[in-house]
Design a protein around this ligand. Structure first.
Ligand SMILES: Nc1nc2c(c(=O)[nH]1)N[C@H]1C(S)=C(S)[C@@H](COP(=O)(O)O)O[C@H]1N2
Ligand SMILES: [Mo]
Length: 199
């Protein structure tokens, strides 16, 4: 992985603004889905990390539930300009899921049930910054918000947090996902207002 992290910005610490530029606060939890909500029965649900050499690491729902979970409280920022502060989730950290995965990849492409994809640098999924989340605000994650489980990568615009996530493909070369192909930014740092390609 590169020495210079493209996205080491994060929320300003004390005294800084709570909201990234161009965002407004909402108490609601808007639903943004590019298609219908897929319904995946838990007994056929699976999540897989696939390496650049084709090695697959796969978890059933029961196996995911058996892993140690975390309960992050984070701010989320949608590129359509709403932000929601202090949202509470439960999920398994990508550090936990990646623990036994050997890879030389720098990039990740998240895949969802229903066909949605989104790309991120692999390092943005690590170091306590990303989760496969299955509870929100103390409840099972609702289907419209990505249940049974979604990616949660709160330091990037929320389109990177793939709902109904089914896997992560590790790649040597970056490959744009659904919104990135449509002109949205490849990286999507809300604090640098990286909404569209060229921002
Ligand atoms: N599979 C999938 N994941 C997705 C989307 C989608 O359309 N399909 N929309 C993205 C966008 S643009 C946003 S802002 C958030 C919205 O999540 P929410 O509906 O829970 O607010 O999900 C992201 N993840
Ligand atoms: Mo979004």
């Amino acid at each position: 992985m590169g020495i210079v992290s493209p996205g080491f910005q994060g929320r300003p610490r004390s005294g800084g603004p709570a909201l990234p530029p161009g965002q407004y606060l909402t108490e609601d939890f808007p639903v943004l889905s590019a298609g219908p909500t897929p319904r995946v029965p838990l007994d056929s649900w699976a999540f897989a990390i696939t390496t650049e050499s084709g090695e697959e690491h796969r978890w059933s729902w029961a196996e995911l539930m058996a892993l140690p979970s975390e309960t992050p409280t984070v701010d989320i920022h949608c590129v359509t300009r709403w932000s929601k502060l202090n949202t509470t989730w439960q999920g398994v950290s990508l550090d936990t899921l990646m623990a036994d995965v050997e890879t030389a990849a720098d990039y990740a492409l998240a895949h969802s049930y229903g066909g949605y994809t989104t790309n991120l640098p692999l390092e943005d999924l690590l170091d306590g910054r990303a989760w496969v989340a299955y509870r929100f605000d103390g409840e099972d994650l609702a289907p419209e918000h990505g249940g049974p489980a979604r990616l949660l990568v709160p330091h990037l615009y929320f389109w990177k947090s793939a709902k109904w996530v089914r896997g992560i493909e590790l790649k040597l070369m970056d490959e744009p996902g659904f919104w990135e192909t449509a002109g949205y930014h490849d990286y999507g740092d809300p604090w640098r207002e990286q909404r569209y390609q060229g921002d």
